[in-house]
Design a protein around this ligand. Structure first.
Ligand SMILES: Cc1ncc(COP(=O)(O)O)c(C=O)c1O
Length: 423
C-alpha cells in the first residue's frame, strides 16, 4: 500500500493535533538514511528531532537492547531496580558540567524531565515563580507549555497555564536583542511582576531549539548565574535538544563557563529509546521526598541499556569531534550559497546544530512560506528537513553524528537543488 493510502488511513484515526511533517511511512532506517514503504530513500537531516545522534539502528545499541530484552523489559525501577539504572546515573552525574556532587532522576520524556526540574526547584527553594524565555520550547504538558515561549502551535487554545511563569526575551544578535536587553527585561520582571525572593528558578536552553537555533552567549549565561546566586534562584539548563555530543561537547553548557543547578536531558540520551533524566546538585535533588519523583516507566531498562551504549559510542567514535566537523562542512556550504541566494539571511551553528534562516533580502521579513516549501521540495529530492523558529523561517539541520561523509555531501547537494527550484 502507498504512503498516500496510509496517510488517508492516518487522518481517519489520529487526531489532527498530532500532525506529521512528511506523509511518508518508514519501512527501515539505517544510520542517516530512511527508506519508506514505497522503496523511496531519504537522507535524514532531522534524526527524529535530534534523537538519533548515534544514527538509526546503531548495531551496538540494537545489540545492547536485544540483550536487555532477553533478560527483562520492565520491572519498574521504583519497585525492583536494576544495575543499569544506577550505572547510567553514575555516568551522567560524573559527566554533567561542574564539580559539585550530583544526583539524577530518570523519567520517560523530555517534558517530564522539565516538569520534575520545576518540582525539585520549588521543593528546594520553597518558592513558586519561574522565569523562562520567549522563543523557548520545553514540552507539551501543562507546566512545560506554560514555560514554552512560542504560541502557535504549542499553546494556542490550551490555556490556562500554571501561574507564576514569566518570560524574558532571549538574546538574539541577528534580531537585535542584546544581552543587556534580556537582563534588563528580567530586572523589569523583578520590578513589575514578581520579587526575586519568590522566584524558584530560571530555565533556559543553551541553544534555543524549536525557537530557531539561537545560542546563549557565554556572557549571558554567566550573568544569569550571577543573578541566580545573588537572589537564591536555581538555574536550570534545558539540554534536551543540545545534549549528547550534538553541539561538539557532551553538553552545550560546557561552552558557557557555568555550572547549572540542574540539567534536563532526553532525546540523544538513548539513541531512540524513551528515557529522560534530570541531573542536578545533590543537595538540591534531594529536596523532594521519597516517592515524590518518578513514574511507572521512568528509567526503563531498555532505555538504560541503550543509554550506557550511547555514551560508549560517543567516546569511542569521537562524536563530539564529528559534530564539529559536520558543523564546519554544512555551514561553509550554506554560507557559500548566500551570494547566489540572498534569501539566506544567516547561517549559524554550534557543532552539528546548524540553522539557515530565510528572510526577505529587502525588508528582512521572515520567509516562512519559502521555508515550508523547502521542506516539501527537499522531500521530493530525497532529504528530510525540519523547520523551526518562532516565525517558522528557519531550517534546522540535525544529521546523525555518525553520518558518512559522502551521504552528508549528497544531502547538502540535494538541499541546494531544492532551494534552486524555489528561488
Ligand atoms: C529543549 C527541549 N525541551 C523539552 C522538549 C520536550 O521533550 P519531549 O518532546 O520529549 O517531551 C524538547 C523537545 O523538542 C526540547 O527540544
Amino acid at each position: 500500500m502507498s504512503n498516500q493510502v496510509w496517510q488517508a488511513r492516518k487522518q481517519q484515526v489520529i487526531a489532527q493535533g498530532m500532525g506529521n511533517l512528511n506523509p511518508l511511512y518508514v519501512e527501515t532506517a539505517k544510520n542517516a538514511e530512511i527508506w519508506d514503504i514505497e522503496g523511496n530513500r531519504y537522507i535524514d537531516f532531522g534524526s527524529g528531532i535530534a534523537v538519533n545522534n548515534t544514527g538509526h539502528s546503531h548495531p551496538r545499541i540494537v545489540e545492547a537492547v536485544k540483550a536487555q530484552l532477553d533478560n527483562f523489559s520492565h520491572t519498574c525501577a521504583m519497585v525492583t531496580p536494576y544495575t543499569s539504572f544506577v550505572e547510567l546515573a553514575e555516568q551522567l552525574t560524573a559527566r554533567a558540567p561542574g564539580n559539585t556532587a550530583k544526583k539524577a532522576v530518570f523519567l520517560t520524556t523530555g517534558a517530564e524531565a522539565v516538569e520534575n526540574a520545576i518540582k525539585v526547584a520549588r521543593a528546594h527553594t520553597k518558592r513558586s515563580g519561574v522565569i523562562a524565555f520567549k522563543g523557548g520550547f520545553h514540552g507539551r504538558t501543562n507546566m512545560t507549555m506554560g514555560l514554552t515561549g512560542k504560541v502557535a502551535p504549542y499553546k494556542a487554545g490550551f490555556g490556562p497555564f500554571p501561574g507564576e511563569i514569566y518570560h524574558a526575551p532571549y538574546p538574539n544578535a541577528f534580531h537585535g536583542i542584546s544581552i543587556e536587553d534580556s537582563l534588563q527585561a528580567i530586572d523589569d520582571l523583578f520590578a513589575c511582576d514578581i520579587e526575586p525572593s519568590r522566584v524558584a528558578a530560571i530555565i533556559f536552553e543553551p541553544v534555543q531549539g524549536e525557537g530557531g537555533f539561537y545560542q546563549a552567549p557565554p556572557a549571558f549565561a554567566q550573568a544569569l548565574r550571577e543573578l541566580c546566586d545573588k537572589h537564591g534562584i536555581l538555574l536550570i539548563a534545558d539540554e534536551i535538544q543540545t545534549g549528547f555530543a550534538r553541539t561538539g561537547k557532551m553538553f552545550a553548557t560546557e561552552y558557557l563557563g557555568i555550572e547549572p543547578d540542574m540539567m534536563t536531558m532526553a532525546k540523544g540520551i538513548a539513541g531512540g529509546f524513551p528515557i529522560s533524566a534530570l541531573v542536578g546538585k545533590a543537595n538540591i535533588m534531594d529536596a523532594a521526598g521519597p516517592g515524590g519523583l518518578g513514574g511507572t516507566y521512568a528509567g526503563s531498562p531498555l532505555g538504560c541499556a541503550a543509554g550506557l551504549e550511547v555514551l560508549k559510542i560517543i567516546d569511542e567514535e569521537q562524536l563530539c569531534e564529528k559534530a564539529l566537523k559536520i558543523g564546519e562542512v554544512m555551514t561553509s556550504h550554506f554560507r557559500a550559497l548566500q551570494s547566489d541566494f540572498p534569501v539566506i539571511g544567516e547561517v549559524r551553528n554550534l557543532g552539528a546544530m546548524i540553522a539557515v534562516e530565510f528572510v526577505d533580502p529587502q525588508s528582512g521579513a521572515p520567509m516562512a512560506d519559502l521555508t515550508k516549501s523547502l521542506v516539501a521540495q527537499a522531500r521530493e529530492e530525497g532529504v528530510i528537513l525540519l523547520s523551526c523558529g518562532v516565525k517558522g523561517n528557519v531550517i534546522r539541520f540535525l544529521p546523525a553524528l555518525t553520518i558518512e561523509d559522502e551521504i552528508l555531501a549528497e544531502g547538502i547537494e540535494k538541499v541546494k537543488k531544492a532551494l534552486a527550484a524555489l528561488v
